[in-house]
Every structure is written in C-alpha cells, then in structure tokens.
Design a protein around this ligand. Structure first.
Ligand code: CA
Length: 237
C-alpha cells in the first residue's frame, strides 16, 4: 500500500476550495479543507499534512501570521494562493517562509506542477543534501556547480562572477520563485543596497548570453514585482 500525499487547503472561498479538493482528489492526493485560519492551524498540528495550500485573505486571521506561526515548528511546504497584482503580499509571504505562490485564477496543470515542485524541494532538503551539487540540466542547458561551468547545447557560456552567482542560485532552486531581495542578499551580501537596478542590469546581460530571444526567455522567467524563476531541472521532473 502506498501512502497518499496529503494536502491541506486553507481557503474561505468555497468554490475555489472545492475546485482544488476535486482536482487533487482526481490526481491521487488526499485532501483536508479548512475555511478559517484557526481551523487550518488546528488541522495542521493534528494531522501533519505533506503540503499546505494557503489563501492569504481569510476571515479570522492574516495568512502571513499563519506562515509565521507554522515556521516556528515546521518546514512543511506552504504554497500561497494569491490574487493577481498583490506583489507586495507575495513577497511578504515568501519572506515569512512560504515556498511558493500561485495566482488566481489558475488551472489544474499549474496547480499540480507547483505542488510537485514544492514537495520535491522539501524532500531534497531533508533527505539529500548531496543532490544539491548535482549538475542542473534543462532544455539543453547544463550547469556543473563543481566546475562552475555552464553550457548550452555543448557550447560554454562565459559569465562574470556576479552573473554566475545569480544563475547558480536560481538553478539550485529551479522551479521556485526567488525574490529580488533574497537574490541581492545572496550575491552582494546583507548590506547591499536594496535597489534592484544592478540586479536588472545583470539579468539583462545574462539573458543576452543564454536566451535566443531575451524578450521571451525560456530559461529564466520574470515574476513581475516579485523575483525570478528558473526553468525546472529535468532531473527533478
Ligand atoms: Ca479569501
């Protein structure tokens, strides 16, 4: 008997909650639902789900507080369900410890892909730190982290040190959105100016080197107002 993956859905809008429960049920996930924050937290501690889908706008609590409270005791993957154009809220949720977000309205494919990615990343961190050093590989691009070398269809791409740091951080977290602030912090350190300009300049240079059409990137995507997301590593899919 295989154990089904359990997903807790905390969402007060009944139609969205039902849609997600039905979709996940049809794809062999077990679901629990909660319509308030308090109920959600209670189910989380009593049934320890494998992943949480969390709406930020709940009647009784701020979703950000749910993330903060959960992170005091658990690293369970949390995917935030957010309305369009609430970039500030998405960044806040990621900074509070959410793993990813999905923007309403979303389709089945996107929902399932985000769930798989979040669960895989969580397992990888817990079980397999060595895996983090395995080369990244997607759509012809290979990054060997030990040799600090990137190739696309066999030809080497020459990055500056800063460009390489940006690309390798995104590649090690491929499939997940990385906020501008956490990238800046990682690359330039905690005392860096939190102005995005230098990051944008570097990203434009990176895209010129790796993308056939920098205006329609296929490796590194912009999540407007939030950060960047790199095409998911094929070894993980
Ligand atoms: Ca809501």
């Amino acid at each position: 008997m295989t154990q089904k993956i359990t997903v807790l859905i905390i969402e007060d809008e009944k139609s969205i909650c039902d849609f997600m429960a039905k979709t996940l049920g049809a794809h062999d996930y077990k679901t629990n639902t909660a319509h308030t924050g308090k109920e959600g937290l209670a189910i989380m501690t009593s049934s320890l789900p494998d992943l949480v889908l969390l709406d930020l706008g709940l009647p009784d609590m701020d979703g950000i507080d749910i993330i903060k409270q959960t992170r005091e005791w658990s690293s369970i993957p949390i995917i935030v369900i957010s309305a369009r154009s609430q970039e500030k809220e998405k960044v806040e949720a990621l900074d509070a410890g959410a793993d990813d977000y999905i923007t309403k309205p979303f389709g089945t494919f996107e929902l399932l892909a985000r769930i798989r990615t979040a669960i895989r990343h969580n397992n990888k961190i817990v079980d397999d730190p060595i895996n983090n050093n395995r080369p990244y590989s997607a759509s012809g691009m290979v990054i060997d982290f030990e040799k600090r070398k990137c190739t696309i269809n066999g030809s080497e791409i020459h990055f500056t040190r800063v460009e390489y740091k940006i690309v390798s951080m995104l590649a090690k977290n491929s499939g997940k959105v990385i906020t501008y602030d956490s990238l800046i912090n990682e690359v330039w350190g905690p005392y860096a100016d939190d102005n995005n300009r230098i990051l944008r300049v570097n990203m434009a240079n990176i895209r010129r080197k790796i993308e056939e059409n920098p205006g329609e990137p296929k490796y590194i995507f912009t999540e407007l107002g939030v950060g960047y997301r790199m095409l998911e590593d094929e070894n993980l899919v």
